[in-house]
Write a protein that binds this ligand. Structure first.
Ligand code: 6PG
Length: 247
């Protein structure tokens, strides 16, 4: 069975985490050649063990790394739902990196203001390509059971955004507004890594990998223009893929 994107199935979430950490390390170790590396962190729970594993990396010059987020909830940095807080607790406060290298979305501001401020911060921090887009070295993404990624949820306005880098996205199904990077930014990345685990992701993953693209869930529309996208999934999330495979 040929899938839409390169996908590797791991027997367990632990093995997936190991593989993800190795791929992250490959990018981060470039800092020892004085390269500046820009990484976008995903929220949710799947990436947490990989963030914890990064604490122990030795061949990384953290002062050459700039961390960004793909999305944020409309909460402050101390809130238990904050994607920044998750990454800070798991990794950032354990490594020697200055605040100037940590670019969190300010969820404590009104969402539209937070989105505008973040777009400004991206423009001020990173070189932009001829299309006015940042080319992140590594974009980490997860996927929800409904096939959303970052905070690009099915049937929400942000899916149609082609000009702005960051928007405040009203998500009626969660009765909230989220701050999220937009498809132009996701698709300008050098490398996108999806980390997906759990049985509940099976349907969405099958549609992402094998279904009609037009009607496929939001995660299927992350198709980097010049970069690459790799899907790391565990056996549970791939359960439907197996059935298709068995076809
Ligand atoms: C968020 C994330 C979101 C997440 C998926 C998967 O803010 O929640 O950015 O896009 O990656 O919902 O979440 P899990 O990893 O917890 O399954």
């Amino acid at each position: 069975m040929i899938y839409r994107f390169p996908v590797t199935v791991y027997e367990s979430a632990e093995q997936l985490t190991e593989a993800a950490t190795t791929l992250l390390e490959a990018t981060l170790s470039r800092t020892t050649d004085e390269d500046q590396v820009s990484i976008v962190l995903a929220g949710g729970s799947t990436p947490l063990p990989a963030y914890e594993a990064l604490r122990n990396l030795e061949n990384v010059i953290w002062s050459n790394v700039h961390f960004f987020w793909g999305d944020e909830r409309a909460v402050g940095p101390e809130h238990e739902d904050s994607n920044y807080r998750m990454a800070n607790d798991a990794l950032l406060r354990h490594i020697s990196i200055s605040d100037e290298n940590i670019h969190r979305m300010r969820g404590e501001l009104p969402p539209e203001q937070a989105a505008e401020a973040y777009e400004q911060e991206i423009r001020e921090t990173l070189a932009l390509d001829p299309d006015g887009l940042p080319n992140f070295d590594l974009m980490l993404l997860g996927m929800g059971a409904d096939g959303h990624t970052a905070s690009l949820f099915p049937d929400t306005e942000a899916l149609n955004e082609r000009d702005r880098l960051v928007v405040a996205n009203v998500v009626p199904q969660l009765n909230t507004t989220r701050i999220t990077l937009t498809y132009p930014v996701l698709n300008a990345s050098h490398r996108v890594l999806f980390l997906v685990t759990g049985e509940d992701k099976g349907e969405a993953l099958q549609h992402v990998m094998t279904g009609d693209l037009e009607s496929a869930p939001p995660a299927a529309h992350v198709i980097p223009e010049d970069g690459e996208v790799l899907w790391l999934v565990d056996r549970d999330a791939a359960s439907k893929l197996d059935q298709t495979n068995a076809g």
